[in-house]
Design a protein around this ligand. Structure first.
Ligand code: CDP
Ligand code: CDP
Length: 213
């Protein structure tokens, strides 16, 4: 990978429901970059693992099942979708209660991460990207000079998720994501931290755009 790629990748990390997907999508639109939601790749893997009837707590079973699952990332309207065997997964598939409960368990399996990180790095060939997740600035593209960490208080995050009509337990996913051995959620070295608890979405977008060259 050359530096030329890193110059074109804006990384956005942060905890659940902090606002990072919404911010990343709009920043990508305004910069003419492709938006990549890596959480959806972990969610797709979890959806497919659950289809096989496996308990996501069983790490060995997850490892074996995941080895046979390939996630494709076709670009539609400036953003990557997640597709398995030609089926593009819907928001209902990706945000169902079983997937919300299982995704952090599947995402802690190092073989799952290795595969998806390789897929994410390969997306750099598409051109300028805004890629958002938990380990994008720390692990996937650590050499990117354009790193952000979007934060918000636990109360604000829980209420944003509720306002979306989800019963997602964001605090439990945060606990698993921050304490796992492989690539835990951290503020990446060199990242600009934006706490958007008290910002509107537009103000959060402006805060990112104002820091870009
Ligand atoms: O949208 P939200 O922040 O609630 O979650 P997401 O970005 O859709 O990510 C779902 C889950 O995938 C996270 O809770 C992590 O367990 C995992 N994930 C990860 O481990 N690494 C990433 N780069 C992105 C997501
Ligand atoms: O991707 P992540 O889980 O971090 O959060 P999101 O799905 O982008 O945002 C969760 C909800 O908070 C969405 O409905 C956003 O529109 C909303 N939001 C907000 O009201 N104010 C902000 N400053 C940021 C996001």
């Amino acid at each position: 990978m050359t530096n030329q790629y890193h110059m074109q990748i804006i990384t956005i990390d942060g905890p659940a429901a902090s606002g990072k997907s919404s911010v990343a999508r709009i920043v990508a639109q305004r910069r003419g970059a492709i938006y990549v939601n890596t959480g959806n790749m972990y969610r797709a893997m979890t959806w497919a693992v659950l289809q096989t009837g496996i308990d996501p707590n069983d790490q060995e079973a997850v490892r074996q099942a995941a080895a046979g699952i390939t996630i494709d990332s076709p670009v539609v309207d400036g953003q990557t979708q997640v597709s398995i065997k030609g089926r593009v997964l819907t928001q209902e598939d990706l945000n169902s209660d079983p997937v919300n409960r299982g995704v952090s368990l599947v995402a802690r399996v190092s073989e799952v991460r290795d595969r998806l990180v390789a897929d994410q790095r390969a997306l750099a060939a598409l051109g300028p990207l805004v890629m958002e997740g938990r380990d994008i600035g720390s692990v996937v593209f650590p050499d990117s000079p354009l790193k952000f960490y979007i934060d918000a208080s636990e109360e604000v995050r829980a209420s944003r998720r509720r306002a979306q009509g989800h019963t997602d337990q964001v605090a439990e996913r945060d606990r698993l994501d921050s304490t796992r051995k492989t690539s835990p959620l951290v503020i990446p070295e060199g990242a600009i931290v934006i706490d958007n608890s008290l910002l509107t979405l537009e103000q959060a977008v402006e805060a990112v755009l104002n820091r870009l060259p």
